[in-house]
Design a protein around this ligand. Sequence first.
Ligand code: ATP
Ligand code: MG
Length: 880
Amino acid sequence: MIIKMKAQELRQLFFDFFRLKDHNIVPSAPMVVKNDPSLMFTNAGMNQFKDIFLGNQQPGFRRVANSQKCLRVSGKHNDLEEVGHDTYHHTMFEMLGNWSFGDYFKKEAIEWGWELLVKKLEIPEDRLYATIFEGNKEDNVPRDDEAFAYWEKCFSRPEGRIIEGSKKDNFWEMGETGPCGPCSEIHVDIRDDEERKRIPGIDLVNKGHPHVIEIWNLVFIQYNRRSDGVLEQLPSKHVDTGMGFERLCMVVQGKKSNYETDIFQSVIKEISAITGKKYGVNEKWDIAMRVIADHLRAVSFSIAEGQLPSNNKAGYVIRRILRRAVRYGYTNLGVEEPFIYQLVTVLSQTMGNQYPELISGKEQIAKIIHEEETSFLKTLGKGLKMIEKMIDELEKEDKSLMPGKIAFEMYDTFGFPVDLTQLILKEKNMQLDLKGFEDEMKNQKNRSREDASVETADWTIIRNIEGTEFTGYAKTEDEVQITKYRIVRVKGKEVCHLIFNKTPFYAESGGQAGDTGHITSGNEKIAIIDTHKENNLIVHVAKKIPFDPYAKLIASVDTEKRLMTANNHTATHLIHFALRSVLGNHVEQKGSLVTPDHLRFDFSHYSKLSKEEISKVEILVNQMVRENISSKIISGVSMEEARSMGAMALFGEKYGNTVRVVGFGKSVELCGGTHVDSTGNIGVVKIISEGAIAAGIRRIEAVTALKAEEYINEKLNIVNEIATLLKSTGNIVESVEKLLSENSSQKKIIEKHEAVSATRQLKSLIDKAVIINNIRFISGKIDIDSSDVLKNIAYEFRNSSDNTVLVIGSESSGKANILVLVSDNLLKERNINAVNIIKEIAGEINGGGGGQPFFASAGGKNPAGIERAIVKAADFLKKP
Ligand code: ATP
Ligand code: MG
C-alpha cells in the first residue's frame, strides 16, 4: 500500500531522506538563468552545478539534494505543446534531485532510489521498471552492466523488470560537448489491476502512455565529449538525478493525473468557480483548465524572480506562455475578460510555503498578469475582426483557402495564434494553407538562426588552472597569464575568448557593463572589447590571440571608463535609497543598467512620479554626494549576516554563494559591482527621465559627473541662446510669454487684413463667373497666406448663393491649396459633390484631398498646377 501524503509532506520526506544520507539540502537556483549564454531557463536540477561538472568550480559539499524550479519551454527541452493536452508534462515543474560530486556512484544512487520509492513510500515493486543503457559501438561505450547488476539486486523478481534502452533514452549529454554518461530511469505503472493484466507494463514503457511514465532519471556522469565527438573518461565521476515532483505526488496520492493532486486542485477549483465550468466533464474544458493552471505557475514564478513578460528573449517566452493560457481560456472556456490574474492568490496560498517570493510578490504578479491579459485580449479582438474581413474577401472571390502568408503575418505582427485562425476558418468551411504558413515560419526561423549563428571552437588549454581570481576591486592593471583560449565566430566575424589566471577586468553582471581595455605583451597591444561571464568563467573578448599565449601579459582596464561606470553604479544605489525614502519601502529594485555614460534603474511603484518627487529624490541624492560618504564594502559574508547589516536581499543568489555588502551611509546593498571610494567623486547626479515600463514598474534614467555637467551645460546653453536671441536681460520666461502674446495679436491683425483682401479678390472673381451646364462657376487664384481665412470666406459665401460651384486656389510658402464649395441645392438636386471634384483635380497640384460633399479641400506641392486644376474642374462640370 502506498503511503498517502500531501505534497508538502512528500517534499519534506525527500529532503529528510537524503539529509540522513549526509546530503546538504540546498535551495532552488533561480528559474530564469543569468550569466549563461547557452540557457535561458533552468531546465534541470543539474544546471546550477554545471561549473562543478565542467571542472570550473570546486563543490562546497560532495553530496547535495534539493528541489529545483524548472521550466521546459525552449531549446533542448521544450514540452510546451504537450502541456494541458497530456496530464504529466508541465512547463514549470519541481525537480527533486540528489547529487554526488566525485563521491558515491551507481551503487548508492540506485539503492537509495529504490529505498525511497519502495521501502519508504511503499510503491509496490510490481509497478516499477528500470531502464539501463544498452551501449553504443560508435561511441565505444559498453552496456551498463554495473547498473543492471545493482537493479537485479533490488527487485525481488527482476525478470522482465530491467529494460535496455538506446542512446536516445539512456545516454545523457549536457550539450553538443561536455560532461555526459549513461543514465538509468525508473518508470512507474499506475494503471488499474485489470488493465495491467490485459497489457503488460513492460510493453508500454517509453511509449507515451499517460499512466506508464518515467518518474526518476539517474544520470551517471563519467565522460566528457570533445568537440570532435570523441568521449574521454572524466577524472572524477558524478551522480545527477532528477525526479518530477508532481509526478511523484500523483503516484503517491493514487491519482491518474498530476492535475488531480493537491498541487493543482485548489487552482483548478478556482478556475471552475470563475468560469462556472466543472473539471472532468468536457475534454475541451479540461485541457484549457490544465493549460491555465500550469501556465499560471510558470508566469508567476518568473515574474516573482523579476523576469517580466516583454518583447524579447526570456521575457518574450514568458509572454507567449501567458498568451497561450489566455487563448485557451478564450476559445475553450469562452472567457473574454481577464481572469487569470485572480488565480495568483490561490497559487501563493498553495506554494508560498516553499517559495515565499510568491507571497511577497503577490500583488505585483497579479497586476502584471492583468495588464498582459487585457492587452492580449484586445489583440485577439482586433485579430478576429481582421480575419473576418479576410474571410469576406475570400468569399467574394469564391475562394476557400487562406494563403499561409496572411496567417503568418497575423501571427508574427499581432501575435494572433495560427490554430485560432484555423479554427475560425473551419467554422466557415474554409481552410488554411498550412504548408504555406509553415514555410513562412521556417524562413523566419532560418533568418533568426543566421542572425544568431555562433560557432565556438574547443578551449585550448595553456595552463591547468581552475577559475579566475578577480583582482579588479583593488587594481585596474595586473600581470596575468592566459589559462585557456578559444576562437568564436559570431555572424561570420571572428573574435577570441581569453581566460586568465587572474584579472582586473570586471565581467558584465548585476546590470554593470563589462570592462574594456587592453592587454600588452612586449610590443604587442591587443584591445579587450568586452568582458562577460560564462557561468564561473570571466571571458575577455579580444580581437586576436597574443602572438605568444604562454607569455606574461599586462592587462589594463580603461580606467576612465571604469571610473565613470563606478560613478554611475554608486549613484544607482543612492537613487534606490532616495526613492525608498521619498516614495516608501514598497520600492524595490527590478532591474538596472550601469554603463560609463549613464544609468538606468527600474523599480516597483504604482504611479507616475510628480515633478516634486523627482526633485526630492535628486536633492537627497546630491546631498549624499556632497556629504562625501566613504564606501564600506565587506566581502564573503553569509546571507544572514548581510541581512542583519540591513542589506536588502536580492533574488538570484545560488547555493553556496557568500555575498558582498556595499554600503554608503544608510544605503546598504548586496552587490558585486565596482564603486567609488567616496560619494564626492560622483560630483553631481541628474535625473533625465522617468517613465513606466510595465504595470507597477517604473524606470529612471540619470547621468553623473562629467556627463551630468555636459547635460546641464547643454540645457543652460539653450537658455542663453534664447536670451541672446530675445535680447533679454531679465526674466526670459516673461520675455518668451511676451513674444508669444505679441505674435498672436499680430496674427489676428494680419488675418483681419487678409480677410478684407480676400473678400475683395473673391468679389472680382464673382464678377468674372461663367455659366457651365446651368451652374455659376466661380474660379481663380486668391493671393493670401492663411488657408483658414480662405475657408472662412468660402463658408460665408455658401449661405448666400444657390446654383454655384466655387473653386479657388492659393499659394503659400511654395505650397498649393485648393478649395471647392458646392451650393446645397446642386448637391441635392444634381448630386454634384465637392469631394468628387477635389479628387478629380488634386493630382494637378501633386496632392490629395477630401472633405464633405459641400466643401472639400486639397493641399499639394505644385502651385504651378492650380490653373490646370481649375480647368479640369470646369471640364468636370461640363460632363452631362
Ligand atoms: P519525459 O520523457 O517524460 O518527457 P524526460 O526524459 O524529458 O521525461 P528528464 O529530462 O530525465 O525527463 O527529467 C527528469 C525527470 O523530471 C523525469 O523523470 C520526470 O519525472 C520529470 N519531468 C521531465 N519533464 C517534465 C515535465 N515537462 N513536467 C513534469 N515533470 C517532468
Ligand atoms: Mg521530456
